[in-house]
Design a protein around this ligand. Structure first.
Ligand code: ATP
Ligand code: BTN
Length: 272
């Protein structure tokens, strides 16, 4: 029996239950891979796959996402957008805003966002990764399909990781029950994705920037194909690109094969 009980989840989703078609699994390779296969077979927008265990959980660029059934919430959501792929460049930032709002609605404190795809927790000035977002897009004539994969640590991971990691239990007075967490995140995602579809990232930018952990701070941009670039984080623009003030002027960085670290940090090293 999976840890997510669909009857309990439906009750938690309330009037938004009809927007989602949720399947809860004991195990799969990756909820995003599983949902992608289902999307290819015509699964509707709003389909969700949540799994207790992933044998091949993925982060960006094929990195591994580690999870354990009792300690994690791992799920993927299928959403469809009209219009071209280029309108969706800010999507992973928009998802970050939805996650932060959802976690805050559960009483979490100290939640912040790191460009382009991380949800962090402030632990006495040290930032630790609480959740990761993996957005995978595919386009055709009719529009664009997004598989939005989310990995949230309910408890701090036991493994040593290159970047410090945290659990939701450390952000809340008492860890919220997992059905309440999933329902809160799905409800915020539905609302935020609708706003994003209408107004683009521009309408969510202020919300993102307010939680941006390195706003106005010195950072280094790591790119495996080039030397690190030092600059001051000016925030994001309406397309979700990072604005970095460097010695050469303001650079506009679109999410790609780059990683951001605080200036002087060796955390996480160079991109793998
Ligand atoms: P970047 O700045 O490049 O985005 P990142 O550390 O966020 O760096 P991603 O590829 O986005 O890298 O995320 C995957 C990384 O998350 C892996 O390198 C791994 O170290 C880390 N990771 C894996 N599982 C967890 C987890 N449960 N909690 C926190 N971090 C994790
Ligand atoms: C990252 O920080 O790089 C993103 C991590 C995303 C992990 C989630 S867990 C659910 C979904 N299935 C996956 O294989 N990956 C995403």
């Amino acid at each position: 029996m999976p840890l997510i009980d669909l009857v309990l989840l439906k009750a938690r989703l309330g009037e938004l239950a009809g927007r989602f078609d949720v399947d809860a699994l004991d195990e799969c390779d990756s909820t995003s891979s599983e949902l992608m296969r289902r999307a290819d077979r015509g699964a509707p927008a709003g389909s969700v796959v949540v799994a207790d265990r992933q044998s091949a959980g993925r982060g960006r660029r094929g990195r591994q996402w580690l999870s354990a059934p009792e300690a994690s919430l791992t799920f993927s959501l299928l959403w469809r957008f009209t219009g071209p792929l280029s309108r969706l460049s800010g999507l992973s930032l928009a998802v970050g805003v939805a996650l932060a709002r959802g976690l805050e609605s559960l009483g979490a404190q100290g939640v912040g966002l790191k460009w382009p795809n991380d949800v962090l927790l402030d632990q006495d000035g040290r930032q630790a990764k609480l959740a990761g977002v993996l957005v995978e897009l595919a386009s055709d004539r009719r529009g664009t399909q997004a598989i939005i994969g989310i990995g949230l640590n309910l408890l701090p991971p036991a493994e040593e990781l290159p970047f410090p990691a945290a659990g939701l239990s450390q952000a809340c007075y008492r860890l919220p029950e997992r059905h309440a967490v999933l329902a809160a995140l799905l409800c915020e995602l539905a609302e935020t994705l609708e706003r994003f579809a209408g107004d683009g990232f521009g309408g969510l930018k202020a919300d993102w920037q307010q939680r941006h952990v390195w706003q106005g701070q010195q950072v280094q941009l790591l790119d495996e194909a080039a030397s690190p670039v030092l600059g001051t984080c000016l925030g994001a623009d309406d397309d979700g690109a990072l604005l970095l003030e460097t010695a050469a002027g303001v650079e506009r960085i679109l999410a790609g094969d780059v990683s951001l670290r605080p200036a002087g940090s060796t955390l996480g090293g160079r991109p793998a």
